[in-house]
Ligand binder design. Sequence first.
Ligand code: AHR
Length: 497
Amino acid sequence: MHATLILDTQHHRGEIDPRIFSGFLEHMGRAVYEGVYDPESPLADEQGFRRDVIEAIRGLRMPLMRYPGGNFVSTYDWTDGIGPREQRPVRPDYAWKSIETNQFGTDEFMAWCRKADTAPMLAVNLGTKGATEAQALVEYCNMPPGTHWADRRVANGHREPYSVKVWCLGNEMDGPWQAGHVPAMEYARRADQAAKLMRGLDPGIELVLCGSSGRGMKTYMEWDREALEYCWDHVAYVSAHRYSENHRNDTDWFLAEGVEVERIIEDYAGLFAYVRGLKRANKRVFLSFDEWNVWYKAGEMDGKWTRAPHLIEEVYNLEDALVCAQYLNAFIRRADVVKIACIAQIVNIIAPLLTKRDGLLVQSIYHPFAIMAELARGKSLVPMVHCPTYRAGERGEAPVLDVSASLAEDGTLAVFAVNRSRTDDVTLSISLADARADEVHAVRVVTGPDAKAANTWEAPNVIKPEGGTARIVEDGSVTVAVPKLGFVALRAATAAR
Ligand code: AHR
Protein backbone atom coordinates (compact mmCIF):
# COMPACT_ATOMS: atom_id res chain seq x y z
CA MET A 1 0.00 0.00 0.00
CA HIS A 2 1.24 3.49 -0.79
CA ALA A 3 0.42 6.81 0.88
CA THR A 4 1.68 10.37 0.62
CA LEU A 5 2.06 13.08 3.22
CA ILE A 6 2.48 16.66 2.05
CA LEU A 7 3.64 19.32 4.48
CA ASP A 8 4.25 23.01 4.11
CA THR A 9 6.45 24.68 6.71
CA GLN A 10 4.24 27.79 6.57
CA HIS A 11 1.02 25.86 7.07
CA HIS A 12 0.86 25.14 10.77
CA ARG A 13 -1.33 25.38 13.87
CA GLY A 14 1.19 27.13 16.08
CA GLU A 15 3.58 25.88 18.74
CA ILE A 16 3.03 22.48 20.28
CA ASP A 17 2.72 22.93 24.04
CA PRO A 18 5.03 20.31 25.62
CA ARG A 19 2.46 20.02 28.44
CA ILE A 20 0.37 17.75 26.18
CA PHE A 21 2.82 15.08 27.37
CA SER A 22 1.81 15.34 31.03
CA GLY A 23 0.71 12.70 33.51
CA PHE A 24 -1.77 12.06 36.30
CA LEU A 25 -1.19 10.50 39.71
CA GLU A 26 -4.19 9.74 41.91
CA HIS A 27 -4.54 8.31 45.40
CA MET A 28 -6.15 5.16 44.09
CA GLY A 29 -5.25 1.49 44.32
CA ARG A 30 -1.49 1.03 44.11
CA ALA A 31 -0.67 4.26 42.26
CA VAL A 32 0.74 6.22 45.19
CA TYR A 33 1.34 3.42 47.71
CA GLU A 34 3.41 0.61 46.12
CA GLY A 35 3.64 2.69 42.93
CA VAL A 36 5.58 5.88 43.51
CA TYR A 37 5.96 5.45 47.29
CA ASP A 38 7.00 2.11 48.75
CA PRO A 39 9.49 2.44 51.60
CA GLU A 40 9.57 -1.34 52.02
CA SER A 41 10.78 -1.97 48.50
CA PRO A 42 14.48 -2.70 47.97
CA LEU A 43 14.14 -0.27 45.05
CA ALA A 44 13.09 2.69 47.24
CA ASP A 45 15.33 5.67 47.89
CA GLU A 46 15.88 7.37 51.27
CA GLN A 47 12.47 9.11 50.98
CA GLY A 48 10.65 5.88 50.20
CA PHE A 49 10.20 6.75 46.51
CA ARG A 50 10.66 4.00 43.95
CA ARG A 51 13.86 4.82 42.06
CA ASP A 52 12.93 2.66 39.08
CA VAL A 53 9.55 4.39 38.75
CA ILE A 54 11.18 7.83 38.88
CA GLU A 55 13.64 6.78 36.21
CA ALA A 56 10.90 5.46 33.93
CA ILE A 57 8.75 8.57 34.44
CA ARG A 58 11.70 10.74 33.50
CA GLY A 59 11.82 8.80 30.27
CA LEU A 60 8.33 10.14 29.49
CA ARG A 61 9.46 13.79 29.93
CA MET A 62 6.23 14.87 31.59
CA PRO A 63 6.12 18.65 32.12
CA LEU A 64 3.13 18.46 34.52
CA MET A 65 1.77 15.86 36.93
CA ARG A 66 -1.88 16.19 37.91
CA TYR A 67 -2.54 15.21 41.58
CA PRO A 68 -4.15 14.01 43.94
CA GLY A 69 -7.24 12.99 41.91
CA GLY A 70 -9.47 12.14 40.19
CA ASN A 71 -12.55 11.16 42.11
CA PHE A 72 -10.34 10.89 45.20
CA VAL A 73 -9.95 14.66 45.43
CA SER A 74 -13.66 15.29 45.90
CA THR A 75 -13.59 14.18 49.55
CA TYR A 76 -9.92 14.84 50.24
CA ASP A 77 -8.82 17.10 53.09
CA TRP A 78 -5.33 18.16 52.06
CA THR A 79 -4.47 19.13 55.65
CA ASP A 80 -4.59 15.38 56.54
CA GLY A 81 -1.51 14.83 54.37
CA ILE A 82 0.92 17.36 55.87
CA GLY A 83 3.02 17.51 59.04
CA PRO A 84 4.60 14.71 61.08
CA ARG A 85 3.66 11.39 59.53
CA GLU A 86 2.79 9.70 62.81
CA GLN A 87 0.15 12.38 63.49
CA ARG A 88 -1.61 12.10 60.15
CA PRO A 89 -5.09 10.57 60.30
CA VAL A 90 -6.04 7.32 58.60
CA ARG A 91 -9.26 7.89 56.65
CA PRO A 92 -11.77 5.89 54.64
CA ASP A 93 -11.66 7.01 51.01
CA TYR A 94 -15.18 7.43 49.65
CA ALA A 95 -14.28 7.22 45.95
CA TRP A 96 -12.45 3.89 45.94
CA LYS A 97 -13.66 2.34 49.21
CA SER A 98 -10.07 2.12 50.37
CA ILE A 99 -8.07 3.07 53.43
CA GLU A 100 -6.01 6.22 53.00
CA THR A 101 -3.08 6.42 55.42
CA ASN A 102 -2.01 9.92 54.36
CA GLN A 103 1.64 8.90 54.58
CA PHE A 104 2.09 10.56 51.20
CA GLY A 105 0.70 14.08 50.90
CA THR A 106 1.38 17.47 49.33
CA ASP A 107 4.99 17.85 50.55
CA GLU A 108 5.95 14.32 49.52
CA PHE A 109 4.36 14.90 46.12
CA MET A 110 6.38 18.08 45.61
CA ALA A 111 9.59 16.27 46.54
CA TRP A 112 8.71 13.41 44.19
CA CYS A 113 7.96 15.83 41.33
CA ARG A 114 11.40 17.35 41.67
CA LYS A 115 13.03 13.94 41.45
CA ALA A 116 10.87 12.89 38.52
CA ASP A 117 11.62 16.12 36.64
CA THR A 118 8.03 17.22 36.46
CA ALA A 119 5.93 20.06 37.91
CA PRO A 120 2.77 19.81 40.03
CA MET A 121 -0.71 20.47 38.67
CA LEU A 122 -2.93 20.39 41.73
CA ALA A 123 -6.65 19.68 41.88
CA VAL A 124 -8.69 21.19 44.72
CA ASN A 125 -11.67 19.57 46.37
CA LEU A 126 -14.86 21.26 45.18
CA GLY A 127 -17.01 18.25 46.14
CA THR A 128 -17.15 18.27 49.95
CA LYS A 129 -15.00 21.38 50.47
CA GLY A 130 -14.96 24.78 48.84
CA ALA A 131 -13.32 28.11 48.19
CA THR A 132 -11.80 28.56 51.69
CA GLU A 133 -9.95 25.24 51.69
CA ALA A 134 -8.81 25.75 48.11
CA GLN A 135 -7.48 29.18 48.98
CA ALA A 136 -5.67 27.77 52.01
CA LEU A 137 -3.92 25.23 49.78
CA VAL A 138 -2.77 28.02 47.45
CA GLU A 139 -1.46 29.84 50.53
CA TYR A 140 0.33 26.69 51.71
CA CYS A 141 1.93 26.07 48.33
CA ASN A 142 2.58 29.49 46.83
CA MET A 143 2.83 32.22 49.49
CA PRO A 144 6.10 33.40 51.01
CA PRO A 145 6.57 32.83 54.78
CA GLY A 146 4.65 35.16 57.11
CA THR A 147 1.07 33.86 57.07
CA HIS A 148 -0.55 30.90 58.79
CA TRP A 149 -0.51 28.23 56.04
CA ALA A 150 2.73 29.40 54.45
CA ASP A 151 4.36 29.16 57.88
CA ARG A 152 2.97 25.66 58.28
CA ARG A 153 4.81 24.75 55.09
CA VAL A 154 7.99 26.29 56.51
CA ALA A 155 7.47 24.40 59.79
CA ASN A 156 7.18 21.23 57.73
CA GLY A 157 10.64 21.90 56.33
CA HIS A 158 9.92 23.75 53.09
CA ARG A 159 10.88 27.41 53.25
CA GLU A 160 10.61 28.18 49.54
CA PRO A 161 7.11 28.33 48.05
CA TYR A 162 6.32 25.56 45.59
CA SER A 163 4.97 28.03 43.00
CA VAL A 164 2.31 25.69 41.63
CA LYS A 165 1.13 27.25 38.40
CA VAL A 166 -1.79 25.12 37.17
CA TRP A 167 -4.80 24.24 39.37
CA CYS A 168 -7.91 22.19 38.61
CA LEU A 169 -11.21 23.45 40.03
CA GLY A 170 -12.43 20.05 41.19
CA ASN A 171 -12.76 16.84 39.19
CA GLU A 172 -15.54 15.54 36.92
CA MET A 173 -18.13 17.58 38.78
CA ASP A 174 -20.66 16.79 36.03
CA GLY A 175 -20.70 13.11 37.04
CA PRO A 176 -23.37 11.78 39.45
CA TRP A 177 -20.67 9.44 40.85
CA GLN A 178 -18.66 12.43 42.01
CA ALA A 179 -18.84 13.34 45.71
CA GLY A 180 -20.55 16.72 45.84
CA HIS A 181 -21.88 16.50 42.26
CA VAL A 182 -24.28 19.38 41.54
CA PRO A 183 -25.94 20.85 38.43
CA ALA A 184 -23.75 22.97 36.16
CA MET A 185 -24.78 26.37 37.50
CA GLU A 186 -24.18 25.37 41.09
CA TYR A 187 -20.73 24.06 40.17
CA ALA A 188 -20.05 27.23 38.21
CA ARG A 189 -20.77 29.36 41.29
CA ARG A 190 -18.57 27.17 43.45
CA ALA A 191 -15.76 27.22 40.94
CA ASP A 192 -16.06 30.96 40.42
CA GLN A 193 -15.84 31.67 44.15
CA ALA A 194 -12.87 29.36 44.56
CA ALA A 195 -11.19 30.91 41.53
CA LYS A 196 -11.54 34.42 42.94
CA LEU A 197 -10.08 33.48 46.31
CA MET A 198 -7.29 31.40 44.80
CA ARG A 199 -6.24 34.02 42.28
CA GLY A 200 -6.70 36.68 44.92
CA LEU A 201 -3.70 35.18 46.70
CA ASP A 202 -1.73 34.35 43.58
CA PRO A 203 -2.88 36.10 40.39
CA GLY A 204 -0.22 34.22 38.44
CA ILE A 205 -1.92 30.84 38.69
CA GLU A 206 -3.86 29.27 35.80
CA LEU A 207 -7.16 27.51 36.45
CA VAL A 208 -8.78 24.53 34.79
CA LEU A 209 -12.57 24.42 34.85
CA CYS A 210 -14.24 20.99 35.01
CA GLY A 211 -15.69 20.22 31.60
CA SER A 212 -17.66 17.11 30.79
CA SER A 213 -16.24 13.79 31.92
CA GLY A 214 -17.06 12.23 28.57
CA ARG A 215 -18.81 12.69 25.23
CA GLY A 216 -21.45 10.19 26.34
CA MET A 217 -22.69 12.39 29.21
CA LYS A 218 -26.25 13.68 28.81
CA THR A 219 -25.08 17.18 29.67
CA TYR A 220 -22.07 17.09 27.30
CA MET A 221 -21.30 20.61 26.02
CA GLU A 222 -24.34 22.03 27.85
CA TRP A 223 -22.50 21.68 31.15
CA ASP A 224 -19.34 23.06 29.61
CA ARG A 225 -21.12 26.05 28.09
CA GLU A 226 -22.94 27.00 31.30
CA ALA A 227 -19.85 26.66 33.46
CA LEU A 228 -17.57 28.45 31.02
CA GLU A 229 -19.94 31.35 30.47
CA TYR A 230 -20.14 31.90 34.20
CA CYS A 231 -16.43 31.46 34.99
CA TRP A 232 -14.98 32.91 31.77
CA ASP A 233 -13.03 35.73 33.42
CA HIS A 234 -11.08 33.47 35.77
CA VAL A 235 -10.24 30.32 33.88
CA ALA A 236 -7.55 29.52 31.35
CA TYR A 237 -8.64 25.97 30.43
CA VAL A 238 -11.63 23.63 30.38
CA SER A 239 -10.98 19.95 31.03
CA ALA A 240 -11.97 17.00 28.82
CA HIS A 241 -11.70 13.32 29.73
CA ARG A 242 -11.95 10.18 27.62
CA TYR A 243 -11.25 6.50 28.20
CA SER A 244 -11.28 4.35 25.07
CA GLU A 245 -12.69 0.85 25.13
CA ASN A 246 -12.88 -2.18 22.87
CA HIS A 247 -15.58 -4.22 24.60
CA ARG A 248 -16.84 -5.39 21.21
CA ASN A 249 -13.37 -6.83 20.53
CA ASP A 250 -13.27 -5.30 17.06
CA THR A 251 -9.74 -4.16 16.32
CA ASP A 252 -10.70 -2.39 13.07
CA TRP A 253 -13.33 -0.34 14.87
CA PHE A 254 -11.11 0.33 17.88
CA LEU A 255 -8.20 1.54 15.82
CA ALA A 256 -10.30 4.39 14.43
CA GLU A 257 -10.52 5.90 17.96
CA GLY A 258 -8.44 8.86 16.83
CA VAL A 259 -11.39 10.06 14.76
CA GLU A 260 -13.50 10.32 17.92
CA VAL A 261 -10.73 12.03 19.90
CA GLU A 262 -10.41 14.67 17.20
CA ARG A 263 -14.18 15.18 17.25
CA ILE A 264 -14.06 15.98 20.95
CA ILE A 265 -11.34 18.56 20.39
CA GLU A 266 -13.41 19.98 17.55
CA ASP A 267 -16.44 20.25 19.87
CA TYR A 268 -14.42 22.26 22.36
CA ALA A 269 -12.88 24.48 19.70
CA GLY A 270 -16.43 25.39 18.66
CA LEU A 271 -17.53 25.99 22.25
CA PHE A 272 -14.55 28.21 23.05
CA ALA A 273 -15.15 30.29 19.93
CA TYR A 274 -18.86 30.59 20.75
CA VAL A 275 -18.38 31.75 24.35
CA ARG A 276 -15.61 34.08 23.29
CA GLY A 277 -18.01 35.61 20.81
CA LEU A 278 -20.73 35.97 23.46
CA LYS A 279 -18.25 37.76 25.71
CA ARG A 280 -16.89 39.90 22.87
CA ALA A 281 -13.54 38.92 24.35
CA ASN A 282 -9.97 38.88 23.10
CA LYS A 283 -8.96 36.32 25.66
CA ARG A 284 -8.67 32.70 24.58
CA VAL A 285 -9.52 29.59 26.60
CA PHE A 286 -7.83 26.28 25.80
CA LEU A 287 -8.41 22.59 26.35
CA SER A 288 -6.83 20.60 29.16
CA PHE A 289 -7.37 16.97 28.13
CA ASP A 290 -6.35 15.94 31.60
CA GLU A 291 -7.50 12.32 31.66
CA TRP A 292 -7.13 10.08 28.63
CA ASN A 293 -6.15 6.50 27.99
CA VAL A 294 -7.53 3.09 27.08
CA TRP A 295 -9.48 1.57 29.98
CA TYR A 296 -12.00 -1.24 29.78
CA LYS A 297 -10.44 -4.56 30.70
CA ALA A 298 -9.76 -4.04 34.41
CA GLY A 299 -12.93 -3.02 36.21
CA GLU A 300 -12.23 -3.54 39.92
CA MET A 301 -12.92 -0.23 41.65
CA ASP A 302 -13.93 -1.42 45.11
CA GLY A 303 -11.00 -1.39 47.52
CA LYS A 304 -13.03 -3.31 50.16
CA TRP A 305 -11.62 -0.96 52.80
CA THR A 306 -8.05 -2.13 52.43
CA ARG A 307 -4.77 -0.24 51.89
CA ALA A 308 -3.30 -0.06 48.40
CA PRO A 309 -5.74 -2.54 46.84
CA HIS A 310 -5.16 -3.88 43.32
CA LEU A 311 -7.63 -1.70 41.37
CA ILE A 312 -7.92 -1.23 37.59
CA GLU A 313 -4.46 -2.60 36.82
CA GLU A 314 -5.07 -2.66 33.09
CA VAL A 315 -2.75 -4.78 30.95
CA TYR A 316 -1.97 -3.01 27.68
CA ASN A 317 -1.43 -4.59 24.30
CA LEU A 318 -0.33 -3.40 20.88
CA GLU A 319 -3.72 -2.08 19.72
CA ASP A 320 -3.95 -0.03 22.93
CA ALA A 321 -0.54 1.48 22.23
CA LEU A 322 -1.67 2.42 18.72
CA VAL A 323 -4.76 4.11 20.14
CA CYS A 324 -2.62 6.04 22.64
CA ALA A 325 -0.40 7.24 19.80
CA GLN A 326 -3.53 8.53 18.07
CA TYR A 327 -4.53 10.58 21.12
CA LEU A 328 -1.11 12.24 21.00
CA ASN A 329 -1.35 12.72 17.24
CA ALA A 330 -4.69 14.49 17.72
CA PHE A 331 -3.25 16.73 20.47
CA ILE A 332 -0.35 17.65 18.20
CA ARG A 333 -2.60 18.29 15.20
CA ARG A 334 -4.82 20.55 17.31
CA ALA A 335 -1.99 22.39 19.04
CA ASP A 336 -4.11 25.50 18.61
CA VAL A 337 -6.74 24.10 21.04
CA VAL A 338 -5.03 21.56 23.33
CA LYS A 339 -2.43 23.03 25.65
CA ILE A 340 -2.38 20.43 28.42
CA ALA A 341 -3.07 16.68 28.32
CA CYS A 342 -2.44 14.09 31.03
CA ILE A 343 -2.29 10.39 30.39
CA ALA A 344 -4.32 8.69 33.12
CA GLN A 345 -2.48 7.44 34.95
CA ILE A 346 1.25 6.81 35.45
CA VAL A 347 1.80 3.71 37.55
CA ASN A 348 -0.28 0.60 38.38
CA ILE A 349 -3.68 2.30 37.88
CA ILE A 350 -4.42 2.21 34.09
CA ALA A 351 -0.78 2.98 33.52
CA PRO A 352 2.26 2.51 31.31
CA LEU A 353 4.11 1.10 34.34
CA LEU A 354 3.30 -1.79 36.67
CA THR A 355 5.25 -2.50 39.84
CA LYS A 356 5.86 -5.40 42.10
CA ARG A 357 7.92 -4.94 45.21
CA ASP A 358 11.18 -5.72 43.44
CA GLY A 359 10.39 -5.10 39.79
CA LEU A 360 8.96 -2.81 37.14
CA LEU A 361 7.09 -3.75 33.97
CA VAL A 362 7.02 -1.29 31.09
CA GLN A 363 3.77 -1.70 29.17
CA SER A 364 3.19 -1.23 25.44
CA ILE A 365 1.61 2.24 25.78
CA TYR A 366 4.83 3.59 27.29
CA HIS A 367 6.75 3.47 24.03
CA PRO A 368 4.87 5.74 21.58
CA PHE A 369 4.46 8.25 24.42
CA ALA A 370 8.19 8.30 25.23
CA ILE A 371 9.12 8.63 21.56
CA MET A 372 6.64 11.40 20.80
CA ALA A 373 7.46 13.35 23.97
CA GLU A 374 11.09 13.29 22.91
CA LEU A 375 10.67 14.14 19.23
CA ALA A 376 7.64 16.47 18.90
CA ARG A 377 9.12 19.96 18.97
CA GLY A 378 8.15 23.37 17.64
CA LYS A 379 5.21 24.02 15.34
CA SER A 380 2.43 21.61 14.51
CA LEU A 381 2.41 21.23 10.73
CA VAL A 382 -0.95 20.57 9.11
CA PRO A 383 -0.65 17.09 7.57
CA MET A 384 -2.19 16.58 4.13
CA VAL A 385 -2.46 12.82 3.90
CA HIS A 386 -3.49 10.85 0.86
CA CYS A 387 -3.99 7.24 1.83
CA PRO A 388 -6.43 4.39 1.28
CA THR A 389 -9.31 3.90 3.69
CA TYR A 390 -10.34 0.71 5.44
CA ARG A 391 -13.62 -0.53 6.93
CA ALA A 392 -13.60 0.42 10.64
CA GLY A 393 -16.63 -1.68 11.63
CA GLU A 394 -19.62 0.46 12.62
CA ARG A 395 -17.52 3.56 12.24
CA GLY A 396 -17.54 3.10 8.48
CA GLU A 397 -14.58 4.03 6.31
CA ALA A 398 -11.54 5.48 8.07
CA PRO A 399 -8.13 6.48 6.72
CA VAL A 400 -5.55 3.75 7.12
CA LEU A 401 -3.02 6.25 8.45
CA ASP A 402 -3.25 8.62 11.40
CA VAL A 403 -0.51 11.24 11.17
CA SER A 404 0.90 14.30 12.89
CA ALA A 405 4.04 16.33 12.26
CA SER A 406 6.17 18.98 13.93
CA LEU A 407 8.86 21.37 12.80
CA ALA A 408 11.40 22.78 15.24
CA GLU A 409 13.04 26.19 14.99
CA ASP A 410 16.26 24.59 13.70
CA GLY A 411 14.42 22.87 10.84
CA THR A 412 14.16 19.45 12.47
CA LEU A 413 11.09 17.67 11.18
CA ALA A 414 9.29 14.94 13.12
CA VAL A 415 6.53 12.80 11.63
CA PHE A 416 4.40 10.36 13.61
CA ALA A 417 2.25 7.81 11.80
CA VAL A 418 -0.04 5.00 12.95
CA ASN A 419 -0.94 2.30 10.45
CA ARG A 420 -4.41 1.05 11.39
CA SER A 421 -4.40 -1.79 8.88
CA ARG A 422 -4.19 -5.33 10.21
CA THR A 423 -3.11 -6.64 6.84
CA ASP A 424 -1.12 -4.09 4.84
CA ASP A 425 2.22 -2.39 5.34
CA VAL A 426 2.27 1.17 4.03
CA THR A 427 5.06 2.93 2.20
CA LEU A 428 4.70 6.56 3.16
CA SER A 429 6.24 9.20 1.00
CA ILE A 430 6.73 12.52 2.83
CA SER A 431 7.34 15.71 0.91
CA LEU A 432 7.62 19.32 1.98
CA ALA A 433 6.15 21.89 -0.38
CA ASP A 434 8.75 24.52 0.44
CA ALA A 435 11.70 22.55 1.82
CA ARG A 436 13.56 19.30 1.35
CA ALA A 437 14.69 16.61 3.72
CA ASP A 438 18.44 16.68 4.20
CA GLU A 439 19.21 13.80 6.47
CA VAL A 440 17.17 11.23 8.37
CA HIS A 441 18.30 11.26 12.01
CA ALA A 442 16.11 8.55 13.45
CA VAL A 443 13.33 6.13 12.64
CA ARG A 444 11.60 4.37 15.54
CA VAL A 445 8.97 1.71 15.15
CA VAL A 446 6.56 0.17 17.65
CA THR A 447 4.75 -2.90 16.39
CA GLY A 448 4.28 -6.53 17.35
CA PRO A 449 3.17 -9.97 16.28
CA ASP A 450 -0.57 -9.22 16.63
CA ALA A 451 -3.01 -6.63 17.96
CA LYS A 452 -3.35 -8.36 21.32
CA ALA A 453 0.35 -8.88 21.95
CA ALA A 454 1.38 -7.47 25.33
CA ASN A 455 4.37 -7.28 27.64
CA THR A 456 4.17 -9.51 30.69
CA TRP A 457 6.40 -10.16 33.69
CA GLU A 458 7.51 -13.37 31.97
CA ALA A 459 8.03 -11.75 28.53
CA PRO A 460 8.59 -8.02 29.18
CA ASN A 461 9.89 -7.04 25.74
CA VAL A 462 7.28 -8.27 23.28
CA ILE A 463 6.34 -4.66 22.47
CA LYS A 464 9.37 -2.41 22.41
CA PRO A 465 10.74 0.28 20.11
CA GLU A 466 12.92 -0.81 17.23
CA GLY A 467 14.72 0.91 14.38
CA GLY A 468 13.01 1.35 11.02
CA THR A 469 13.95 2.18 7.46
CA ALA A 470 13.65 5.47 5.60
CA ARG A 471 15.43 6.92 2.62
CA ILE A 472 15.73 10.34 1.10
CA VAL A 473 14.74 10.51 -2.55
CA GLU A 474 16.45 12.86 -5.02
CA ASP A 475 13.55 15.31 -5.07
CA GLY A 476 14.03 15.89 -1.31
CA SER A 477 11.16 13.72 -0.14
CA VAL A 478 11.52 10.87 2.37
CA THR A 479 10.09 7.41 2.06
CA VAL A 480 9.44 5.47 5.24
CA ALA A 481 7.93 2.05 5.85
CA VAL A 482 4.99 1.96 8.26
CA PRO A 483 4.26 -1.68 9.12
CA LYS A 484 0.72 -2.95 9.55
CA LEU A 485 -0.48 -2.45 13.14
CA GLY A 486 2.49 -0.18 13.60
CA PHE A 487 3.58 3.19 14.87
CA VAL A 488 6.48 5.00 13.23
CA ALA A 489 8.29 8.14 14.27
CA LEU A 490 10.74 9.79 11.93
CA ARG A 491 13.11 12.65 12.64
CA ALA A 492 14.88 14.40 9.79
CA ALA A 493 16.83 17.57 9.15
CA THR A 494 15.31 19.86 6.52
CA ALA A 495 16.68 22.70 4.43
CA ALA A 496 15.06 25.39 2.28
CA ARG A 497 14.50 24.43 -1.35
O1 AHR B 1 -8.58 7.72 36.43
C1 AHR B 1 -9.54 7.02 37.14
C2 AHR B 1 -10.81 7.84 37.39
O2 AHR B 1 -11.46 8.05 36.18
C3 AHR B 1 -10.61 9.22 37.94
O3 AHR B 1 -10.52 9.24 39.33
C4 AHR B 1 -11.84 9.93 37.50
O4 AHR B 1 -11.63 11.31 37.35
C5 AHR B 1 -12.22 9.23 36.22
O5 AHR B 1 -13.56 8.94 36.18
